[in-house]
Design a protein around this ligand. Structure first.
Ligand code: SRM
Ligand code: SF4
Length: 527
């Protein structure tokens, strides 16, 4: 594309990015704090601040959201305490949500507090840089990396290295602050694909390569590496699972492959129409072979062909409950956090419990739950008797256990419906009515952007406007058939436009007919 053509086709987002890089607002924070949010330049306030992970919320003007970066979903007790202190000062308006990318978002943030908040982040190694808009999102890794006796690869270090490359060690990296659109990266390390690799723009899946070449059994041990998949994404316009790049890389190559793919995407990605800018659209445009060649050219060497099979051969685990670690005498404990919502006091309690019973480490999952690792056998019972576990259970009811929800209309202006509170209330009501012997993964998402990933759920509920008695009401489209873990594939829309007020009986029937739920009355009579 010539410069002239490029200028003609620049949309509003490309224009403001070209005028001033998003990251440059970093040096203006003191100024923003002193003039206040209302006096700020609108584009700085509503767009560029997202390069620092700070999101203006039109639903709660003046109370910003702050999205962190927590590589591999790991947070220390010290960091959790700092984050708890940040939200505590906002009283009822302050809270934190665990996100579907193993991450935390803080709420209630005032612009005048930003300089102080960033000063507190720095000494404890927290960063929120490049976590929104046209940047690479939080990089997900195996939530039980380094704990799981059956893991194939401990993803923690690699995920941190990729983040450090992209963000210049959390300080901000102008090399990658002007991508055509958002970009998601995941690295799987276990056998159950705990990261939903298939819904990322770029993901690495454990796979062994026979020594001595392409398939044949060599004399040496098979070598560990990853098959690379590309182009997975959800958007209102299109949703696709990632496709194989037909490449296998060693762990040592992962950072440079991430860099090369990002450079190709940055330099050749489509920028005219934001609805057609995610990586898969570029792969479509170039064709997979040409795309792969472009990545190889950027890398400076050719990629090895993919291993014949990958190692994802387990059903996905949710990690809720108590599990022995590979380190003898130690356990990890998974707590169910209903719809991922935490308040300051919960954060302080989690930090304290991680220190008293574990090593001070806390982990987050893409199901918006928490894992506390490194609990010795001797301390386990005491941890399990902690009052917080009444609310954040290690043995929740079957439907609460699989519940995930995006933010919804409480804070998100894209939302067509309220999600988190409604999701919880409806699941509780269904649990009162029904008895199930297995967990059913119900995902709510407030609009077709699909942040709550309804396409990976057993039952996915996507917010929409429905009609009832001639009036527009909040409703959902129902998705079914999403499969995670082994043979993961996306679910599809099976029913459209159910008013939320009529949804409970519809879900009840689905759970009875397709998931073996029994009405509690019947269970009582037959026992
Ligand atoms: Fe998302 C935009 C929340 C995971 C697809 N997403 C938004 C915004 C920023 C919109 C806005 O400005 O209000 C939401 C912020 C609401 C708020 O105040 O919380 C938002 N997305 C979320 C989170 C918090 C949902 C959650 O409750 O967990 C997740 C934050 C993850 C993180 O830590 O970074 C979140 N978003 C996702 C995912 C799931 C994933 O990554 O596995 C997706 C689908 C996967 C994907 O992106 O391919 C997702 N979000 C979107 C999209 C559609 C992207 C597109 O290509 O069109 C948008 C809209 C956009 O970018 O224009 C969006
Ligand atoms: Fe907001 Fe829609 Fe994403 Fe939910 S799915 S957080 S409503 S953009």
């Amino acid at each position: 594309m010539t410069d002239v053509e490029l200028k003609v086709s620049l949309n509003k987002f490309e224009k403001f990015k070209a005028e001033k890089d998003g990251l440059s607002v970093k040096v203006q924070l003191e100024q923003f704090a002193s003039i206040g949010w209302e006096a700020m330049d609108e584009t700085d306030r509503e767009h560029r601040l997202k390069w620092l992970g700070v999101f203006f919320r039109p639903v709660t003007p003046g109370k910003f959201m702050m999205r962190l970066r927590l590589p591999n979903g790991i947070v220390t007790s010290e960091q959790m305490r700092v984050l708890g202190e940040v939200v505590q000062r906002y009283g009822d308006a302050g809270n934190a949500d665990i996100t579907t990318r193993q991450n935390l978002q803080l709420r209630g943030i005032r612009i005048e507090d930003l300089p102080d908040i960033f000063n507190r982040f720095q000494p404890v190694g927290l960063t929120s840089v490049q976590s929104g808009m046209d940047n690479v999102r939080n990089i997900t890794g195996d939530p039980v990396a380094g704990l799981d006796a059956d893991e194939l690869f401990d993803t923690r270090e690699l995920v941190s290295q990729v983040q450090d490359m992209i963000t210049n060690n959390g300080v901000g990296n102008p090399e990658f602050t002007n991508l055509p659109r958002k970009f998601n990266i995941a690295i799987a390390g276990g056998r159950d694909n705990s990261v939903h690799a298939e819904i990322n723009d770029l993901a690495f899946i454990p796979a062994y390569k026979e020594a001595g070449g392409q398939g044949g059994r060599g004399a040496e041990e098979p070598k560990f590496g990853f098959n690379v998949i590309v182009g997975g994404f959800f958007s209102a316009k299109r949703c696709d699972a990632a496709i194989p790049l037909q490449a296998w890389v060693t762990p040592e190559d992962v950072v440079s492959v991430c860099r090369a793919v990002l450079e190709v995407y940055r330099d050749r990605g489509l920028r005219a129409n934001r609805q057609k800018s995610r990586l898969m659209w570029l792969i479509d445009e170039l064709g997979l072979d040409k795309f792969r060649e472009a990545v190889e050219k950027q890398l400076g060497h050719s990629l090895q062909p993919a291993a014949e099979k990958d190692e994802i051969d387990w059903e996905k685990r949710d990690h809720i409950g108590v599990y022995p670690q590979k380190q003898s005498g130690l356990n990890y404990v998974g707590l169910n956090i209903p719809v991922g919502r935490l308040y300051a006091q919960d954060m302080f309690e989690l930090a304290r419990m991680a220190e008293v019973y574990g090593s001070g480490e806390i982990r987050l999952t893409v199901e918006q739950n928490v894992i506390i690792p490194h609990i010795s056998d001797l301390r386990l019972q005491a941890l399990l008797s902690e009052p917080l576990l009444q609310r954040f259970s290690i043995n929740p009811d079957t439907l609460t256990r699989g519940l995930v929800s995006c933010t919804g209309s409480q804070f998100c202006n894209f939302a067509l419906i309220e999600t988190k509170n409604r999701a919880l209330a409806m699941i509780k009501a269904l649990e009162a009515e029904l008895s199930l012997t297995r967990s059913v993964r119900v995902h709510w998402t407030g609009c077709p952007n699909s942040c709550g990933q309804p396409q990976v759920a057993d039952i996915g509920l996507m917010g929409t406007k429905a009609r009832k008695n001639g009036k527009a009401v909040e409703g959902v489209d129902i998705y079914m058939g999403g499969k995670v873990g082994k043979d993961a594939h996306l679910g599809t829309c099976v029913t459209k436009g159910i008013p939320c007020e009529d949804l409970q009986p519809v879900l009840r029937n689905l759970l009875i007919e397709q998931f073996g739920a029994k009405p509690r009355q019947e269970v009582l009579v037959s026992t």
